[in-house]
Ligand binder design. Structure first.
Ligand SMILES: C[S@@+](CC[C@H](N)C(=O)[O-])C[C@H]1O[C@@H](n2cnc3c(N)ncnc32)[C@H](O)[C@@H]1O
Length: 211
């Protein structure tokens, strides 16, 4: 399976947690997502593109009676996530898979979350991933997506400029995000959507509900 790793280049994956915390995309962002996701006891939660596992671990620590599953295609990120799960002492499942082919039965989850993943996916994979997320959600279940939105403001403008200059693969795959197309793709997949918080460093918070 082809995928763009956490920071584009495999050699940078071990530094992902440090760098994402440094730029405000680490635990602080994950906590915002969890607050918005409003997880309840006993719910089944899926983290799509779990990376090094930070969001899934935080979710399980804060919701001991929820069942948390993370999927992630990248071996290296997955190994880091597994080590972090072991040391954190929480119990959750991490599975190697891509968002475009989720290894779950229909209606398996109450809440799906995903942070900073969609800008790594080519357009067709984004659309397929949204169909898959819709399929695995229960009726009235929600998908909380935090990822770069329509490009406005200095921070995202500078970041997008750097990515373009360095010709990283994200300069192509992030274009749908920067053009503001993600809400349209979500509607096409069947979701009702709502922007549920103000943007943070160019990151948009969208709640997509399965009706
Ligand atoms: C910037 S990292 C974000 C990781 C994590 N969600 C976080 O916020 O810390 C992007 C992640 O998307 C994953 N990814 C890339 N292609 C994917 C796909 N097709 N399906 C699921 N995840 C994918 C990468 O391997 C990487 O872990």
């Amino acid at each position: 399976m082809k995928y763009i790793p956490t920071l584009s280049i495999d050699a940078l994956t071990p530094y992902f947690d440090f760098l994402s915390n440094l730029f405000g995309f680490g635990d602080a962002l994950k906590q915002r997502v969890l607050n918005l996701a409003a997880i309840k006891d006993g719910e089944h939660i899926l983290d799509v593109g779990a990376g090094t596992g930070s969001l899934a671990i935080l979710a399980k620590k804060q919701h001991l009676h929820a069942e948390v599953v993370g999927i992630e295609p990248d071996d290296q990120a997955l190994n880091i996530a597994m080590r972090k799960v072991e040391t954190s002492g929480v119990q959750l499942s991490l599975i190697q898979a891509g968002a475009e082919c989720l290894p779950f039965r229909p209606a398996s989850f109450d809440v799906v979350v995903s942070t900073l993943v969609f800008h790594h996916l080519p357009t067709e994979i984004k659309k397929q991933a949204l169909k898959e997320i819709y399929r695995v959600l229960q009726d009235n279940g929600s998908f909380l997506l935090a990822d770069f939105g329509e490009s406005r403001g200095l921070f995202l403008g500078v970041l997008a400029g750097i990515v373009k200059m360095t010709r990283l693969p994200e300069s192509k795959t992030a274009q749908d995000n920067l053009d503001g197309n993600i809400p349209m793709f979500m509607r096409e997949a069947g979701f009702s959507i709502q922007e549920v918080a103000t943007k943070f460093r160019g990151v948009q918070f969208l709640r997509a509900t399965k009706r």
